[in-house]
Design a protein around this ligand. Structure first.
Ligand code: CTP
Length: 406
């Protein structure tokens, strides 16, 4: 359970803060809502206090003996602002303290995540760009708004990202030391391609060969890279979790589809992460009609090996491209696991490889994992944490690798 201050400023997207609040509460967090005066024109205090199960804190002078303007920020594990209007960003960047929310933002020592939402002209205005850059320099995590329908008939950039996305980013900031990287935008200007999920190899129109991959790890890497400023393409096979709203998604079904989509997506990529679990074998040919049972006879499948996509990508990579592979092994001993990972990295020609022990189904579909990150020379990092934190540690290794390789 973490203590979160949910600031709400006065924009039409304020109603979506209710959904963010509901989801954070369901995840077990204690949330104090701090709306601005204008936010309360959009959503009433009763709604916020009913959803949070706590009184709403909206002004500096109510209950002044408890010093809410200092206490709330000091005691929070995360301050989250949904939505952040252009005016709120300006007041925050200027260091104003003219209402309770800006006081909380000035006193917070925990990670601060702000989620701007406004009309496109306001978002792209030089004043707002400057304010966002100032806040990022100071360590504030600013989630880029999405493109899509805005208030009224307009559409464009400036839309609040989906509540599920905001909650996923908020959770990653609570999980570990992620805020510095997310605010520092150290992947700005880089194109990152990430594959995720397990492929399906058709046996007939209703059956397929699949695997236990949930795609969570790849999705977290895509989210983390986008948060750090990269332009991200997620090539998603079958994934059990929604893709981040900030990335370009291409969906694929089989290993052959994945191979084709990756070959195209990586052409101009700086970093490629093969987190997908392609099937190693596929039926020689899929039946065009449903295979029927015949008496009590079994069924034999004629399987052929699929191409090794990672090995192909490393063999044909453009200069300067960093390629990361994954290996799921059933080896409990750490040094044997590292050895197997390094051998696979060398065999496939990857620069970095994330290797983990998947014995006892302790990884698939779980939010947490335990991995080694290796290069050809040895173990670079060992991490046991949420997949979001592992994603950031992997990206740290990528940044270090590129700094020494270029
Ligand atoms: N991979 C791939 N194409 C395949 C199979 C795997 O690109 N047809 C990639 C995975 O995305 C991962 C890495 O190769 O990044 C290692 O996957 P893994 O299944 O562990 O490798 P295999 O080649 O199947 O190794 P082995 O069966 O020898 O363990």
């Amino acid at each position: 359970m973490s203590r979160i201050v949910l600031g709400v400023s006065g924009g039409i997207a304020a109603y979506k803060a209710c959904e963010v609040l509901r989801r954070l509460r369901e995840a077990g967090h204690e949330i104090t809502v701090v709306p601005t005066e204008n936010a309360l024109r959009f959503v009433g205090e009763t709604t916020f206090s009913a959803l949070s199960g706590r009184p709403v804190a909206s002004d500096v002078f109510t209950d002044a003996s408890a010093i809410p303007h200092v206490r709330l920020g000091r005691e929070a594990d995360l301050v989250l602002v949904v939505p952040a209007t252009a005016d709120l960003l300006a007041r925050q960047a200027a260091g104003r303290a003219d209402d309770l929310l800006t006081n909380v933002l000035l006193t917070a020592t925990c990670p601060v995540l702000v989620c701007p939402a406004m009309h496109s002209e306001m978002w792209t205005n030089a004043a707002t760009r400057h304010n966002v850059a100032t806040l990022r320099e100071r360590g504030v995590v600013v989630l880029d708004p999405a493109s899509g329908r805005l208030a009224g008939p307009d559409s464009g950039v400036g839309r609040l990202p989906e509540p599920a996305e905001i909650v996923a980013v908020a959770q990653s900031l609570l999980d570990g030391d992620v805020a510095t990287h997310a605010s520092g935008r150290d992947l700005s200007g880089l194109r990152v391609v990430v594959s995720a999920g397990g492929t399906h190899e058709a046996i007939d129109p209703v059956r397929f060969i699949g695997n236990a991959s949930s795609g969570r790890m790849g999705v977290e890497i895509a989210r983390a890279a986008a948060l750090r400023g990269a332009q991200v393409t997620l090539v998603a096979a079958h994934v059990d979790v929604p893709p981040p709203s900030s990335v370009d998604v291409r969906t694929v079904d089989s290993t052959a589809d994945l191979a084709a989509a990756m070959a195209e997506a990586v052409l101009r990529a700086d970093v490629v992460v093969m987190a997908a679990a392609p099937a190693d074998f596929t039926p020689r040919s899929a039946a065009s009609t449903k295979i029927k049972k015949s008496g009590d006879e079994g069924l034999s499948l004629d399987l052929v090996q699929t191409p090794d996509i990672l090995a192909r990508l490393t063999a044909t990579r453009p200069q300067g491209q960093t390629i990361v592979g994954f290996a799921a092994e059933t080896i409990a001993d750490e040094s044997s696991l590292a050895e197997a990972g390094i051998a696979k990295l060398v065999r496939k020609g990857a620069d970095l490889l994330v290797v983990n022990d998947v014995s006892d189904s302790k990884v698939f579909g779980m939010p947490d994992t335990s991995v080694l990150i290796v290069d050809a020379a040895g173990v670079l990092d060992r991490v046991t944490a949420s997949k979001a934190v592992v994603a950031h540690r992997l990206l740290d290794a990528v940044v270090r690798h590129r700094a020494t390789a270029i």
